[in-house]
Ligand binder design. Structure first.
Ligand code: NDP
Ligand code: 8X3
Length: 252
C-alpha cells in the first residue's frame, strides 16, 4: 500500500515542492492550505503525472475548529499518515519592536506556533493509534538566530525549534520520528507575503547571490523522511552557500 504524506501550506513554495517530491516517490498526499483553487490544480497535476491519490483540504491553520473538523473529517484510510510536513507559515513585516504591528504579530504567532500545534495535536494522535509516523517541522535560521527587526518572526521560529525538541521527547516511546529542517534564504512567495505584495522589495532580498529554491529544501526534507526507520535526523540547517548566518550574506 502506498505511504501517505500530509503537507500543510502546499499551495506554494516549499510545501508545493514537497508535494511534487513525495508524489514522485509514490506517496499518496493530503495537501492543505487556504487557496483551494491552487490545491485542486496541484492535485490534478500530481495525479496525472505520478498516478498517486491526492486529497485536498482547505482550511486556515489559525482556526482551531477548522483544523480539527477538516482533518478529523477525512476518511479513515487517509489517517494512516506516514509523514506530516508541518510547513504552513509566514512572516509579516520587518519592523523594530517599538513600531511593530499588533496584527502582524498575531498573524505570525497564530500561524507559525498555534497553527502548527493544532495540526500536530490531531495528527500525532493518529500516529500514536497507527504505531508509526514521522513529523517534520519547518523551522528556519530565524529559529536559531535573531536578526534586526525580525523579532517576532524569529521568536515564532525559536518556538518551533523548542516544540520540535518537545515533540521528540513526548513521542519518543510511541515509535514516532520527529525532525526539524531549518532553511536559510529560499526564494519563494515568502518575502512577497512578508512585504504584503511589494514584489520589488521582495526581489531585492535575493539579489546578488544564489538563494535556495523550494526544490532544494523539498529534496532535503525527502532525505530526512527517507532514512531507514532506526535513524532520526533531529535537526538540520540548510543554507545557500553564499549565506553564512542569518545576517551574513555574500552579495556580488
Ligand atoms: P510561501 O509563502 O511560498 O508558502 C507558504 C505556505 O503556507 C502557503 O502554501 C500558504 O498557503 C501557507 N499558509 C500561510 N498561512 C496559512 C494559514 N493561515 N493557513 C493555512 N496555510 C497557510 O513560503 P515558503 O514556502 O517559503 O514557507 C514555507 C515554510 O518555510 C514557512 O513555515 C516559512 O516560515 C519557512 N521558511 C521559509 C524560508 C524562506 O526563506 N522562504 C526560510 C526558512 C523557513 P495559503 O496562503 O494558500 O493558505
Ligand atoms: C525565513 C528566512 O532569514 O528571512 O525563515 O528569516 S529569514
Amino acid at each position: 500500500m502506498a505511504k501517505i504524506a500530509l503537507i500543510t501550506g502546499a499551495t506554494a513554495g516549499i510545501g508545493e515542492a514537497c508535494a511534487h517530491t513525495f508524489a514522485r516517490e509514490g506517496y499518496n498526499l493530503i495537501l492543505t492550505g487556504r487557496r483551494m483553487d491552487r490545491l485542486e490544480k496541484i492535485a490534478h497535476h500530481l495525479n496525472d503525472k505520478y498516478n498517486v491519490e491526492v486529497a485536498v483540504s482547505s482550511f486556515d491553520v489559525r482556526n482551531r475548529e477548522q483544523v480539527i473538523q477538516n482533518l478529523e473529517g477525512l476518511p479513515a484510510h487517509w489517517k494512516k499518515v506516514d509523514v506530516l510536513v508541518n510547513n504552513a507559515g509566514l512572516s509579516q513585516g520587518l519592523d523594530p519592536i517599538q513600531n511593530g504591528s499588533y496584527d502582524d504579530w498575531d498573524t505570525m504567532i497564530d500561524t507559525n506556533i498555534k497553527g502548527l500545534l493544532y495540526v500536530s495535536r490531531v495528527v500525532s494522535n493518529w500516529m500514536i493509534t497507527n504505531g508509526y509516523g514521522h513529523i517534520i517541522n519547518l523551522g528556519s535560521i530565524a529559529g536559531k538566530e535573531v536578526y534586526p527587526n525580525g523579532n517576532v518572526y524569529c521568536a515564532t521560529k525559536h518556538a518551533v525549534d523548542a516544540l520540535n525538541k518537545g515533540m521528540r521527547l513526548d513521542l519518543n516511546d510511541k515509535g514516532i520520528r520527529v525532525s526539524a529542517v531549518h532553511p536559510g534564504a529560499v526564494e519563494t512567495e515568502f518575502s512577497e507575503v512578508r512585504f504584503k505584495g511589494d514584489k520589488d522589495r521582495a526581489k531585492k532580498v535575493y539579489e546578488g547571490f544564489e538563494p535556495l529554491v523550494a526544490d532544494d529544501v523539498a529534496e532535503t526534507i525527502w532525505f530526512v523522511a527517507s532514512r531507514p526507520a532506526h535513524i532520526n535526523i533531529n535537526d538540520l540547517v540548510i543554507m545557500p552557500t553564499a549565506q553564512a548566518s542569518a545576517t551574513n550574506i555574500f552579495r556580488k
